[in-house]
Design a protein around this ligand. Structure first.
Ligand code: PMP
Length: 307
């Protein structure tokens, strides 16, 4: 499909991407007053089926963001889910996708407007992140992660991503692939668009929800499969910077990045500087589950082309 033919869900209609235009004076355009989800859908070539991963959980989090950002509630959960399916079907995609579902403030209001609330959904055929990299080299950001005293990291709001932007730009400028933020307390928070796990002595450790992190769906998925399928002990607790450097393995996770090993932090090599065994086991299982290859976890998949 050529770029020109790509269709987008926009304010209740399915239209070519080029005709989906918003007002430059909208609170979304001016102030980042939008909340969104990044979803993935995986193509299963044998079943000729596209599976959206954990659609319900994404829609639930979107509703939480709408509420916390003070937007008027105009969409039902069922509508939010069905619209994602509708737009992927309309494009007739038969490949892995990333899908951006954004609820935004339209019109001419100020940053304190609560409506009119509109939505767009844009599926994009997109390969792996860090595709050419087996793992990433990151730094500890000099920027602090936003926190509950200023801008809640639990709201997946466009404006919050300017904090992510600062961290990512600094990291790339200094020759790293990405960054890990510390929070106000000085303990490990998360990456610009992903959560952090470390492995120490065979135990998986990840910062708690109170560490200024997004309520990540992949984080729950990793905790679940590590405990229940790989028999690993998983602890949610604060992690100090020094523990990061000394970890046997470190990996980042998120819908877009999936599971990506961290080879070094601030140029300090982690473990053997390669993908560790625990990371590898989790990654392989994750990639099978999302594609519909593990029956037990089909409950997390929504088929796009089923009637
Ligand atoms: N933290 C941040 C800041 C993110 O943007 C993301 C990506 N949505 C994540 C963590 C991972 O969240 P999820 O697993 O739900 O994609």
């Amino acid at each position: 499909m050529s770029k020109g033919e790509r269709l987008i869900w926009f304010k209740g209609n399915i239209v070519p991407v080029e005709s989906a235009k918003i007002n430059v004076l909208s609170p979304s355009s001016q102030f980042g007053a939008n909340v969104f989800e990044g979803l993935r859908a995986y193509w299963n070539v044998y079943e000729k089926q596209l599976y959206v991963f954990r659609l319900l959980e994404h829609v639930n989090r979107l509703q939480d963001s709408i509420k916390m950002a003070g937007f008027e509630t105009v969409f039902t959960n069922a509508f939010l889910q069905q619209s994602v399916i509708d737009i992927i079907r309309a494009n007739n995609f038969q490949e892995d996708l990333i899908c951006r579902q954004t609820v935004f403030l339209d019109g001419f209001g100020s940053w304190s407007a609560t409506g009119p609330v509109e939505m767009f959904i844009a599926p994009m055929a997109k390969g792996r992140y860090y595709e050419k990299l087996q793992g990433i080299n990151v730094c500890i950001s000099s920027w602090e992660r936003i926190n509950e005293k200023s801008l809640s990291p639990k709201i997946k709001m466009g404006a919050n991503y300017m904090n992510s932007r600062m961290g990512q730009l600094e990291a790339v400028h200094n020759g790293y692939d990405s960054a890990i933020f510390l929070n106000r307390e000085g303990t490990v928070s998360e990456g610009p668009g992903s959560c952090v796990f470390i492995v120490r002595g065979g135990i998986l450790i990840t910062p708690p929800l109170t560490a200024s992190i997004l309520d990540s769906i992949t984080r729950y998925t990793v905790i679940d499969i590590a405990r229940n399928e790989l028999g690993l002990a998983v602890i949610e607790r604060d992690i100090e910077k020094g523990e990061l450097y000394g970890a046997n393995e470190v990996f980042m996770c998120g819908t877009a990045v999936e599971i990506v090993p961290v080879f070094s932090i601030d140029r300090v090599q982690i473990g053997y500087g390669t993908e560790g065994e625990v990371t590898s086991n989790i990654k392989n299982l994750y990639l099978q589950i999302v594609r519909g290859k593990v029956e037990k976890y089909e409950k997390w998949l929504t088929p796009v082309y089923a009637d």
